[in-house]
Ligand binder design. Structure first.
Ligand code: CP
Length: 303
């Protein structure tokens, strides 16, 4: 993995995914190791973020790296009209690795092609969010004891939800049965469904959340991605399609865990947070260990 960019979840093999999860486990046991003291990590966020940016910065800092970058493009020369090409070429002279979030699909691939240093995609529009996928896999394996043969439900915005796209692709390696719950307007794109079909895995589509709760091991809730809608009226029609409340979990399997990449708006009520099945805040914590593993592996300080 040394010097490899991570743009799509499929840039790394199944074996490399597992290796990152194993390394993340080691960082969870021992998170403060100053193995990146000689490195500079740039975090370039052209879109808002709390978890991804701060967990990358926490991961890098805990390993001794220096972090440079910006959290919104208005404070950079992008504001003066500088192109993405020139921004990346410049920053790749200043840092050993670039973490980038950008609203345009394909921007991370483009950045990796013009950069002199590896680029990690921290979310490119509605396309992919591969580091979220690795922390999701870590969370699933930790809570279920395996990644194999699970029933996984994705709820909400399956059209624009980039975390759903990259996690679906990764789970195709593990004989997953997919349960897809969305409004008709926000179904999983056919380009992502194609990966499920290629592996001849089962998938079932629903419009009602209550139907899937008793059947699944993981309930992966998502926010309706307001910022991706061209027409605000279309968002208004679907914005509160699914709301998970604590009393809806009474007939869930004992091993069921609720994941959400966060932020939530109102798709999980606060009374769920105290249910032992709620795992989303620990899931966000796991992001630090997984991102430590990625930084260390790509910068070549661990095998
Ligand atoms: N899960 C996630 O990408 O969260 P942020 O938008 O806060 O980074």
């Amino acid at each position: 993995m040394k010097n490899k960019s991570l743009v799509s979840i499929n840039d790394f093999t199944r074996e490399e995914h597992i290796h990152i999860l194993d390394l993340a486990g080691a960082f969870e046991r021992r998170p403060k190791q100053r193995i990146l003291e000689d490195f500079v990590v740039a975090t370039l966020f052209f879109e808002p973020s709390t978890r991804t940016r701060l967990s990358f910065e926490s991961a890098a800092t805990r390993l001794g790296a220096r972090v440079i970058g910006f959290s919104e493009p208005g404070s950079s020369s992008v504001q003066k009209g500088e192109s993405l090409r020139d921004t990346i070429r410049t920053v790749s002279n200043y840092a050993d690795l670039i973490v980038m979030r950008h609203p345009r699909e394909g921007s991370a691939r483009f950045a990796s092609e013009v950069s002199k240093v590896p680029v990690i995609n921290a979310g490119d529009g509605a396309n992919q969010h591969p580091t979220q996928t690795l922390l999701d896999l870590y969370s699933i394996r930790k809570t279920q004891g395996t990644l194999d043969n699970l029933n996984i439900a994705f709820i909400g915005d399956l059209k624009y939800g980039r975390t759903v796209h990259s996690l679906t692709m990764a789970l195709c390696n593990y004989n997953t049965t997919f349960h897809l719950v969305s409004p008709a307007e926000l179904k999983l794109p056919s380009s992502v469904k194609m990966h499920i079909k290629e592996k001849q895995l089962g998938y079932h589509q629903y419009t009602e959340l209550s139907e899937v709760i008793p059947k699944v091991d993981i309930l992966y809730m998502t926010r309706i991605q307001k910022e991706r809608f061209q027409d605000p009226m279309e968002y208004e029609k679907v914005k509160n399609s699914y709301i998970l409340r604590n009393n809806m979990l009474d007939n869930a399997k004992t091993n069921l865990r609720i994941l959400h990449p966060l932020p939530r708006v109102n798709e999980i009520t606060y009374d769920v947070d105290d249910n032992p099945k709620a795992y989303y805040f620990t899931q966000a914590l796991n992001g630090v260990f997984v991102r430590q593993a990625l930084l260390a592996a790509i910068l070549g300080v661990v095998e």
